[in-house]
Design a protein around this ligand. Structure first.
Ligand SMILES: Nc1ncnc2c1ncn2[C@@H]1O[C@H](COP(=O)(O)OP(=O)(O)OP(=O)(O)O)[C@@H](O)[C@H]1O
Ligand SMILES: [Mg+2]
Length: 231
């Protein structure tokens, strides 16, 4: 039991010892199908990836492994790099911030940057991982903050927002800029993309598709406080 528990994490190529210990401390006994596929498709080898899997299938952990592992690998070479975690909503940003802080603040400086004040956020220079909204990153890029050059990894959560008529164009502009101007590894996450192949091609990313979900979705009818399932 103990043997197989350690080996799942221990056998991952390019995974830093700190991350191995972290994953064990989180009690990760096995990787979920999408996590296995992401590792197989070069998550830790610099490939762009688009992960399209159901809700609660474990996309955040893929992002955590990529962000913190990349920073650690660069630290070994005395390079100071950053990872950005982009979200569409402020509420989601706070949630991720508190979760990452709880899990990784022993070894990383983590910041939340969502204020509407369109300021040059020089203080962010000192942080390893920055969680921010699409609009905030747009403002920071326009202000030409110098630390953008240090960004090595960008996670784009809820990347289907690209199809949103109001907010999609800003995200599209940012991704285009990141692809062209900076050498950045992109990880896109979504539970609901209509056109995953097309989006993966545009991102120059390998596509991870999987239908595994933690709880089986059942359909039924609720009547007089009783649910009758179809199957
Ligand atoms: N390999 C694993 N073993 C056990 N639990 C895991 C594993 N990977 C992730 N989890 C847990 O699964 C839960 C749901 O994961 P997560 O929030 O990343 O889902 P998600 O794919 O981002 O969903 P959504 O599309 O709703 O954002 C989390 O509580 C996480 O800790
Ligand atoms: Mg998620």
């Amino acid at each position: 039991m103990e043997e197989s528990f350690s080996s799942v994490v221990d056998n991952v190529e390019n995974l830093h010892p700190y991350m191995k210990e972290k994953l064990k401390s989180f009690n990760i006994k096995e990787f979920r199908p999408s996590q296995k596929k992401a590792l197989e498709k070069g998550l830790l080898k610099g490939n762009n990836l688009l992960i399209c899997t159901p809700t609660a299938s474990g996309k955040t952990l893929i992002a955590e492994i990529l962000m913190f592992n990349s920073i650690l690998k660069e630290r070994e070479k005395n390079n100071n790099v950053k990872a950005l975690y982009l979200v569409p909503l402020k509420a989601l940003a706070s949630e991720k911030f508190h979760s990452f802080l709880k899990k990784y603040s022993d070894n990383f400086k983590i910041a939340l940057s969502i204020s509407d004040i369109d300021s040059v956020d020089k203080s962010l220079e000192d942080y390893d991982v920055i969680i921010l909204t699409v609009e905030k990153l747009d403002a920071l890029i326009r202000h030409k903050v110098s630390w953008i050059e240090k960004v090595k990894v960008v996670v784009i959560d809820e990347i289907h927002l690209l199809n949103d008529p109001n907010r999609g164009p800003t995200l599209e502009y940012i991704i285009t800029l990141l692809k062209l101007k900076y050498k950045i590894q992109i990880l896109g996450l979504s539970a609901t993309i209509g056109n995953p192949e097309e989006l993966a091609e545009w991102l120059n990313a390998k596509l991870v598709l999987d239908s595994w979900r933690p709880v089986k979705l059942k359909k039924g009818i609720l009547e007089n406080n009783i649910i009758e399932f179809f199957e």
